[in-house]
Every structure is written in C-alpha cells, then in structure tokens.
Design a protein around this ligand. Structure first.
Ligand code: UT7
Length: 310
C-alpha cells in the first residue's frame, strides 16, 4: 500500500503587513527586504485568532477536499512551534472541534521542517496498514513570538496554516522516498527565548547546503534523476536559499513554487500552503514528480519525493 496526499486545505489571515508598513515601524527598507529575502508582504493573524483556530480552518477544508468525514480520521499530527499552550496540544484542540472522535492526536516540534516530519510519520502508519486516514497540519502564529523591535528577524516571518489528509493511493503514486535529519549542535543559531533569536548568516549557509543535499539524496533513494523532477516546493524562507535548491536540481524558474513574496516565512505552514496554490494554479498535474524540501530550527531538515495523484 502507498501513502499519498488525498485532500488539502489552508488558512491565511486577512491582515496584510507590507514592507512599507515595516518601514514605519523599524529601521528597514522595502528595497533591503525584497533584495535580501524576496519578501514583499506577509499575513498577520488577528489577536483573537490563535494557532489552533488557523489549524482548525485549514483542517476543515482539507477534510472536505478529501471527501471524508472527521470520524474517519485515525491520527492528527500538528507541526508547530507556536502552539496555543504547551498542552493540551493543538492536535487535541482541533480533534475536539472537528469531532474526530476516534483520532489519536499529538503535536510535532521540528520547526520549519515540521510538515515534512508529519508527512513521513503519516506514511509509516498508513503503509504498515495500521491507519487509513491521517490529518497532517503545518501551522504557525509566528507573530506572537516575533520581537517587533528586531529588524534582523521581524521582517521575515508570517502567520498561516496548511493541512493535508494523508491516505492510501494507487500503487505507482504517493510518497516515493524521504529523508529526515537533525543536527542539534546548530540549535544555537535559531531558537526561541521569549522571542525568535537567529544568526541569519549561519542559518543561511546551513540551509543552502542541506536543502541541496537533501534534494539529491531523496532522488537517489527514489531511483530518480534530476530530469525526472517536474516541480520543486522548497520551504519559503528566502528566495536566495530557494534559488540555490532550484539550481542544484537544474530546474527552470517556472518549475519552483514561490509564495515567499506574498506570505514571508510561515515555518511549518510554508510547504503545504505553497503546494495548494500550485495545485489551484494548475502547475501540478497527476503523475508529476514533486520534490518538497524544508529546513529549520533544531536544526532540522526533511525532504520527500512524491508522485502526485490519488
Ligand atoms: O526558516 C528558517 C528561518 N531562517 C532563515 O531562513 C534565515 C536564513 N538567513 C537569511 O535569510 C539571511 O541571512 C537574512 C535575510 C536573515 C539576512 O541577509 P544577509 O544577506 O545574510 O544579511 P546580513 O545578516 O549579512 O546583514 C547585512 C546587513 C547588516 O548590516 P551591517 O552589519 O553590514 O552594517 C544588517 O545589520 O544588513 C543589515 N540588516 C538590515 N538592514 C535593513 C539586517 N536586517 C535588516 C533589515 N533592514 N531588516
């Protein structure tokens, strides 16, 4: 049995915060942010919308899109580093609101690689025949852990949620190969004290190296070549990091997902939100080979190769 994505949903807060808005809040410029990161604007959740609200909205849409009922969900995995509270988990909070009565539920803490960790975990339960449908959500309300006086980090992040229903798909489709990894020695470069603290240059170097390597490894594991790749969905942290992965796979510009300009870095939500937008725009078709790759605080990384379709 093969596991694949059979439904998707997303939630993006209405409030748009542009680079020009940030110019009025701190010593920065639209030009600096655009040229160094590719970001033009990001979404910020309202005060009364918490992480679990965003996760719930995205999950509802994914369940409807997969044409299943909440009662059919066996497991809920929520990748987030900004839960409403340490416990109960966001997964348990949305289990109640969805009415997913039989589902087990837990959060995954792997920062921006969290959605990759979630998909790979879901794959194991489905392909071993233990569970049939698993809800995987990547969600962050990073605005609540952003130091709005620190221009090094405040210009980078945004709030969003993306959700997928992972379930059985036909034998030649679904997740073909994956790579997950972590390097705790680099934890000091990106962490939360009260707010996000980051050594941008170190994270940049790590990201460029690791994203490229993981893309290559996952193709090797799937028995595929660079030419077989139809589409790349890199974690949307910085256009320069994303471009490095694209060049490593020798793909043309139109074969890489790009939402970083509109939403900034939404951590665990960035890959699923991008995936949905590419699907809706018709950039991804059934049987396309897609590589998704993420990296984040921990340090963590993860990549999967998937043949699209149910
Ligand atoms: O999901 C993972 C999360 N983290 C990341 O993905 C971050 C990875 N790193 C990066 O994306 C980049 O390193 C940054 C975008 C954070 C920074 O870009 P950079 O090209 O590495 O710039 P830099 O850190 O070398 O800083 C260059 C200059 C510095 O001034 P000095 O020391 O050269 O005078 C900074 O103080 O730019 C200054 N600077 C800014 N200037 C205007 C830093 N932030 C800003 C800002 N506006 N917002």
């Amino acid at each position: 049995m093969k596991a694949g994505i059979v439904g998707m949903g997303r939630y993006l807060p209405e409030k748009v915060l542009t680079n020009h808005d940030l110019e009025k809040m701190m010593d920065t410029t639209d030009e600096w942010i655009r040229t160094r990161t590719g970001i033009e604007e990001r979404r910020i959740a309202a005060d009364d919308i918490n992480t679990s609200d965003m996760a719930f909205f995205a999950a509802q849409q994914a369940i409807e899109n997969a044409a299943i009922t909440p009662e059919e969900i066996d497991l809920i995995l929520v990748a987030t580093v900004t839960p409403d509270s340490p416990f109960p988990s966001v997964a348990c909070r949305i289990q109640e609101r969805l009415g997913a009565k039989k589902a087990a539920a837990m959060d995954i803490s792997a920062a921006c690689a969290g959605f990759m960790y979630g998909l790979v975990t879901a794959k194991q339960f489905i392909e071993s025949g233990v569970y049939k449908y698993i809800l995987v959500v990547g969600v962050e309300k990073l605005s609540k852990i952003t130091d709005w006086t620190d221009r090094n980090t405040a210009v980078l992040f945004g709030d969003a949620a993306g959700a997928a229903i992972v379930g059985p798909v036909s034998e030649n489709r679904g997740i073909l190969a994956f790579e997950l990894g972590a390097d705790g020695t680099g934890g000091k470069h990106l962490y939360q004290d009260e707010y996000i603290i980051m050594n941008g240059r170190e994270v940049f170097k790590f990201a460029v190296r690791q994203m490229g390597e993981s893309c290559i490894h996952v193709l090797e594991k799937a028995g595929l070549k660079k030419e077989d790749v139809d589409f790349l969905i890199p974690h949307q942290a910085n256009i320069r990091i994303m471009e490095a992965s694209r060049q490593r796979l020798e793909l043309p510009e139109e074969k890489m997902s790009k939402t970083v300009n509109k939403y900034g870095n939404t951590s665990a939500a960035s890959i699923p939100v991008s995936l949905i937008e590419d699907l809706e725009a018709g950039r991804i078709k059934n049987d396309d080979i897609i590589v998704m790759v993420g990296f984040g605080g921990g340090l963590t990384w993860g990549a999967i190769a998937i043949r699209w379709g149910k």
